[in-house]
Design a binder for this molecule. Structure first.
Ligand code: MG
Length: 261
């Protein structure tokens, strides 16, 4: 009996040890965090920029799930990546036409308010890309409305904005609540320039940071964060990790998790 108790106690100690030392990948401090590009859309039943793909990214504990937003011709914010998708031009078409588009997983193309309501119960961060619009007045209106929608849904503390648009960058910094991270995608501003306008850091393509690996250190010294897109190859992922990237945006989040373990 005494021997049994000793074994049980040893087992308990081992369990506590393993629980304390288990890997805590996505959220660990000082470790590269995983952002699913347009959601986790590779599993069956998901599609890029669908509600399902965001929920799938949340289900595997991604730090963030990226999605893209447009303002339609009649000023309705919607979730989609392409300028023109399945023959419908996002920025110019009436919302009736845009919202009639069926995604590859059978979902209809989401209106932003419906998308936010559906993903509200998840815990993954929203990496919201404001697409660069030809009509900059429309783009600014989209930014103002999106900020309001995030607030109305209680999502402001969970959102980080990204954009290729210089005007968009400045408007997001201006209109989003103080402390909301805003990152620039276009690769043509140095970390010092980003710091001077109040950006949280860079979110640059792999080809850009391959040309400027020194920007990781420069950003760190300025207190900026670093994100690289869209990194799907294991060797490229490892290169970014070795340079201390804060985030990697990928179409293959599970592959990146395996590497980080
Ligand atoms: Mg995007």
């Amino acid at each position: 009996m005494w021997r049994f108790r000793r074994c049980a106690f040893a087992g308990f100690v081992l369990m506590v040890f393993f629980a304390l030392t288990a890997p805590t990948y996505a959220q660990g401090s000082g470790m590269t965090k995983v952002i699913a590009h347009r959601g986790h859309w590779t599993p069956a039943g998901a599609a890029q920029n669908s509600i399902r793909s965001f929920i799938k990214a949340d289900s595997i504990n991604c730090y963030g799930s990226e999605f893209d937003i447009w303002m339609t011709g009649d000023d309705v914010p919607v979730v989609n990546h392409d300028t023109s998708f399945k023959g419908v031009v996002m920025e110019e078409s009436p919302s009736g036409d845009v919202l009639a588009v069926i995604l590859d997983n059978g979902e209809t193309l989401p209106r932003l308010d419906n998308f936010l309501e559906a993903i509200r119960p998840t815990s993954t961060r929203l990496i919201c890309e404001v697409k660069s619009h030809k009509d900059k007045v429309k783009e600014q209106k989209l930014i103002k409305e999106t900020v309001k929608m995030m607030e109305a849904n209680g999502l402001s503390p969970r959102v980080e904005y990204i954009t290729f648009s210089r005007e968009g960058l400045l408007n997001l910094i201006k209109y989003a609540p103080d402390g909301t991270p805003v990152y620039y995608l276009n690769g043509d501003m140095t970390p010092a320039e980003l710091k001077s306008v109040g950006a949280a850091g860079f979110d640059y393509s792999l080809s850009t940071v391959r040309k400027h690996p020194e920007w990781f250190d420069e950003a760190r010294k300025l207190g900026l964060k670093t994100n690289v897109w869209t990194v799907d190859d294991e060797a490229d992922m490892q290169w970014c990790i070795d340079l201390g990237a804060d985030f990697i945006t990928t179409n293959r989040p599970e592959r990146l998790f395996r590497l980080l373990w």
